[in-house]
Design a protein around this ligand. Structure first.
Ligand SMILES: [Zn+2]
Length: 403
């Protein structure tokens, strides 16, 4: 492992034609040319014990690693959708009591069992589109009981799904209504009450925070980072979706990922490139909000920043769990090549979750997470936009045809 893909290495896929992958006990054991695999002495002796899946004429990729999702919600936000189409801004919808507020009410009222079923449906649908690892955030509960309930639902759904779920505590998503105008008091509550309870119950691997005007300041974000350090949670943050935040103070905490990054100060790029922090770009949100400005992926790549792609699956700004769609948007709107979007959606997503030793590429020793696409050329995956060509997926060694 040489670290996340940067610069030119982002486009080097290591494609093997006429290939075979041998998996055993949920792990990848060997990968190479099919004719070499058949010469393997172990395989020759044990051929009858092996289940063969014929992928002739198709493309086999590492399962996608969707490293940024908000799947714990109950309802689509259709009123917001119509209002935005009619010209209302994100802020206007929020001020009218729409937006995230309606998702908070939904999650607070829902039972843990109901949230678990919703999550399981989403995870299965993600897998149908080729995703085998997903990061799942809380963040629509925003009170003690509802945040814990959200994370418990993630854990319960993860146990019933053969793929891999990485849970994230996003208590600092927005200031909830009962703390309106008192964001500092809410951040104190997140850091001193909620986060220790989450860490004690081992309900999350990461702590996340939404650093933005109308959400939490850079100063408050640093406070959340410090609390995460104290509670031994790894860190990630939403940064620069609508306005620029200076990155250097945040990079001192060595976050695994800074996400969105639509507005970034160019002078922060060398420090970002020199760090172990991945920039996770989520063009589905730009598309759905009808924005003309997208993250400057080419500038990041040229500067040597490690970038990942994710769906940002959520009911307000990116209601899609379709990774190939996010990849297509990255090609057409961010000018990334088809090869680059595949690396960003697999191995760099794994780096963004700090699990690249197990996920994100087809290498011996890694988990057997594969996605088979009914296309002849990998470039067709982002090319046929909005269409799902994933025909079969292997999740931790378990083969599953789309439902
Ligand atoms: Zn997000």
């Amino acid at each position: 492992m040489v670290g996340a893909r940067r610069g030119l290495s982002l486009s080097q896929l290591g494609l093997i034609e006429n290939a075979a992958v041998l998996c055993l006990g949920g792990k990848i054991v060997a990968v190479g040319k099919t004719k070499d695999a058949f010469r393997d002495p172990w395989l020759k002796k044990n051929r009858k014990k092996v289940v063969e899946i014929d992928c002739r004429g198709r493309v086999v990729l590492p399962g996608f690693v969707d490293s940024h999702t908000h799947p714990v919600f109950t309802n689509p936000r259709l009123i917001d959708f119509e209002k935005r189409i009619a010209g209302a801004s994100y802020e206007e919808i929020a001020e009218a009591g729409g937006g995230i507020r309606s998702s908070i009410n939904g999650v607070r009222r829902a039972s843990r069992a109901a949230l678990t079923e919703k999550l399981l449906t989403a995870f299965r649908d993600m897998a149908n589109h080729g995703t085998t690892t997903v990061e799942a955030k809380s963040g629509y509960g925003l009170d003690f009981a509802s945040e814990l309930k959200s994370l418990e639902a993630i854990r319960a759904a993860a146990r019933r799904w053969p793929g891999t779920v990485v849970p994230t505590f996003l208590g600092a998503h927005t200031v909830p209504p009962e703390y309106r105008g008192r964001s500092q008091a809410y951040v104190d509550f997140v850091c001193s009450e909620m986060m220790p309870a989450v860490a004690k119950r081992k309900l999350a691997r990461f702590s996340d925070v939404f650093c933005e005007h109308g959400a939490f300041s850079a100063h408050e974000t640093e406070q959340v980072f410090r609390a995460a350090q104290q509670n031994e949670l790894a860190m990630r943050a939403h940064v620069g979706q609508f306005a620029e935040t200076r990155l250097e103070p945040l990079l001192r905490f060595n976050p695994a990922s800074l996400d969105h990054m639509d507005y970034v100060n160019e002078s922060d790029l060398p420090a970002l490139a020199a760090s172990g922090t991945v920039a996770t770009l989520v063009p589905g949100a730009n598309y759905f909000l009808g924005l003309s400005h997208y993250p400057n992926a080419r500038q990041f790549i040229a500067a040597g920043v490690a970038i990942a792609l994710a769906t940002d699956y959520n009911p307000g700004s990116s209601p899609t769990l379709n990774m190939p769609m996010a990849m297509s948007l990255a090609c057409t709107h961010m000018k990334m090549s088809p090869a680059e979007v595949i690396a960003a959606a697999t191995i760099n997503g794994a780096w963004a979750l700090r699990i690249a030793d197990q996920k994100g590429s087809i290498e011996p020793g890694k988990d057997a997470d594969l996605a088979v696409f009914d296309v002849k050329d990998y470039r067709e995956i982002p090319y046929w936009f909005g269409v799902n060509h994933c025909q079969l997926k292997i999740l931790n060694g378990i083969a599953d045809k789309p439902a």
